[in-house]
Design a protein around this ligand. Sequence first.
Ligand SMILES: [Mn+2]
Length: 413
Amino acid sequence: MKIIHTSDWHLGQGFIGKSREAEHKAFLNWLLVQIEEQRIDAVIVAGDIFDTGTPPSYARKLYNEFIVAMHKVGCQLVVLGGNHDSVSTLQETESLLSCLGTRVIGGVAESPEEQLVLLNNSKNEPGAILCGIPFIRAKDVMNSTAGQSGRDKQRALIKAMEEHFQSVFDAALKRRESLGLNLPIISTGHLTTLASSRTESVRDIYVGTLESFPSDKLPDADYIALGHLHKPLTVGGKEHIRYCGSPIPLSFDELDHDKEVLVVELDETGLVAINPLTVPRSQPMHRVSGSLSCIEKQFSNITEGLGSEGSVAWVEVEVSTHDYLTDLQQKVTELCEGKPIEVIKVKRKRNSTRLVEESYVKQALSELSPHDVFQKRVEQESLTDEEVNKLTASFKEVVSEVQSSLTPQVEGQ
Ligand SMILES: [Mn+2]
């Protein structure tokens, strides 16, 4: 059978004051075409379907319309909760959506069996068993023990998560046996595993006190569909453990790679093939840096590259200058006057290695994570890397303690 593995849609993302609605709409329309053309039997969204626990109306509408379209083409959909999703928001429509062939697993369930999904192939016969593992919150799988050190907590959490993955996988093995069919088993996960990199927009990367989950503790499934990191990655050299990445760039530092979804083929022998499909980029985005005159040249190149479609490019500008220009923002704005360019973010680069000052255009505090704010404050100090690492580690511990005491609606936003 053929599935599409995708994740981290972040529907409703507020991107430095810009809406991503048009891009998400274009992506979902494109995805529906791929589903029909490639004869896809099921789509798995491995977490972070929404950007926040209380997504704006238009984001919920996109989600609902996609589910209806999937029902029309007869393709199964499995939606797993991510750290950005609210378990209760996703679960609120769970029973309704099950009537339309969409299975929602917003959070860790009471019993492992409830997290199993039997996926059908094109002949409408069982084709695979899915272990639907959403983002795991520490309180879902363990009781916190007062007085435990950060390291002990981390160790206990890794163990509890491993047990959770294994318990759902064991339930899948049992189900396979009772069906008497030789079905491949797929697992999902929304977490950071060792040997994977991260980007600036992956906020709240820490699961409780957990920074990274060792990939060798993942179950022995035929394919593991991961979400959380926004760049496509193969984990630890194992072809069958994959991050598909987000379908649109969620920050300017995600422009260095193509966005994709993965078409995964499985049969009774297990994994057959994995083929990435590159998602077309509907919103031009660029990062430019250098002196003001150099930036002016790059603006012209961007304008030429746009063609006559009437689209406006979103640009992040990093100006390197030795002088302190108080009107930097104004100067950059003048450079793009009359051009189909919108400068979203202006950074100042004082010397070649260190960013001394950053100015954000219309960026609200609510768009920053506590970690972003902390990082910005630290950048104002002259500290050694070691000092920064120490401070950041302590800060993370404090934040995770605070977050683990918050309600699920507030957590992870
Ligand atoms: Mn995400």
